[in-house]
Design a protein around this ligand. Structure first.
Ligand SMILES: [Zn+2]
Length: 205
C-alpha cells in the first residue's frame, strides 16, 4: 500500500496491529476519524492512553477494575464460598449477563499453552491455590471453555488443590464444545452453570 503521507501511513500501521484489522480496514477507520470533528480523535487517543496508565486489577479476583477491590468482590450479597474460575473479563461479563451465578470469580488472565510459551506461573493460579489453602472456598467451578488449553489448565489447578477440602465442578459440556465461553448464548451458559457437574465426572467422560 503506497501512502501519500507519512502521518497517514503511521496511523494506518498502528491501527492494523489490532486483531482482525487489516491494512484496508485500518485505512477506512483512519479516514473516518479524519472526517470526524478533531474532538473525537482526541477523546479516543485519551481514552486509550488513560486505559494503559490507570488500569487496575482487583487485588482479590484479578478482574479489571477501577477500584482496589472490584464491585463483585466488594458486594456483600455475593457468596464468597463459591469461586468461578475464568480466563478473562469477557467470561466474567458473559456469566454476569446470565444472572445465574452469585458467587465470586477468579480471573486467570489466560490459559496454560506450552505452544505459546504460557506456563502456570504466567497466570493468576498461585493466588487461587492460596484462597483454597486458607479454607475460604467450598467450591471451585471451572469455566474455561473446552479447548485443549482449557482442559490442561483445569487439570493443572485441580492437581494443586485436590488434597484440600474443596469441591470442584465444571460447567456442563455438550453445547459449548469448541466454542469459547463468550460466544455461548446467555440461556445456554446460565443453564450450564446451574447444571454444572463434578470435575471428576468430566475427567472420566
Ligand atoms: Zn474482584
Amino acid at each position: 500500500m503506497e501512502f501519500s503521507s507519512k502521518l497517514l501511513e503511521k496511523a494506518v500501521n498502528e491501527m492494523s496491529q489490532l486483531p482482525g484489522i487489516g491494512k484496508r480496514t485500518a485505512l477506512r477507520l483512519v479516514l473516518h476519524l479524519l472526517n470526524q470533528p478533531e474532538e473525537q480523535s482526541i477523546q479516543l487517543a485519551n481514552a486509550l492512553s488513560q486505559l494503559r496508565t490507570d488500569i487496575n486489577f482487583c487485588k482479590s479476583c484479578h478482574n479489571i477494575s477501577d477500584t482496589e477491590l472490584c464491585e463483585i468482590c466488594s458486594n456483600p450479597r455475593r457468596t464468597t464460598e463459591i469461586i468461578c474460575v475464568v480466563e478473562d473479563i469477557r467470561d466474567v461479563m458473559a456469566i454476569e449477563n446470565t444472572s445465574s451465578f452469585k458467587g465470586l470469580y477468579h480471573v486467570l488472565g489466560g490459559k496454560i499453552s506450552p505452544m505459546d510459551g504460557i506456563g502456570p506461573t504466567d497466570l493468576n493460579i498461585q493466588s487461587l491455590v492460596e484462597k483454597v489453602k486458607n479454607g475460604q472456598v467450598k467450591e471451585l467451578i471451572f469455566a474455561l471453555g473446552s479447548t485443549m488449553e482449557g482442559d490442561t489448565t483445569n487439570f493443572y489447578i485441580y492437581k494443586q488443590i485436590q488434597d484440600y477440602d474443596v469441591e470442584t465442578s465444571t460447567i456442563a459440556r455438550g453445547i459449548s464444545v469448541g466454542n469459547e465461553l463468550e460466544y455461548t448464548d446467555e440461556i445456554t451458559l446460565g443453564r450450564s452453570i446451574v447444571n454444572r457437574i463434578p470435575f471428576e465426572t468430566s475427567l472420566k467422560s
